[in-house]
Unconditional design. Structure first.
Length: 83
């Protein structure tokens, strides 16, 4: 039973806009079996998932420089809105 649960929760999906690697908008990342089975402490698998997302480049480090305002306007702000 434990092996089945570990295999079931080894799959991490995150959004990615890539027509080749993720044509439906979700990228699949498979955790290693030892990482998927680590459930020590109160955080359960939060640290394992956070590390996997950092490895995939989906989490910005705390010491990273802030985004430029032009980038925010281009990527985040809805087109056609003035304020």
């Amino acid at each position: 039973m434990r092996v089945s649960l570990t295999n079931a929760y080894r799959h991490l999906f995150y959004p990615l806009n890539d027509q080749v690697k993720a044509p439906k908008g979700l990228m699949h990342y498979t955790l290693t079996a030892p990482d998927a089975s680590m459930v020590k402490g109160k955080n359960n698998q939060q640290n394992v998932i956070l590390k996997a997302l950092k490895d995939c480049g989906k989490i910005r480090a705390e010491e990273a420089k802030p985004f430029a305002p032009a980038f925010i306007l281009q990527k985040v702000w809805p087109a056609g809105l003035d304020s």
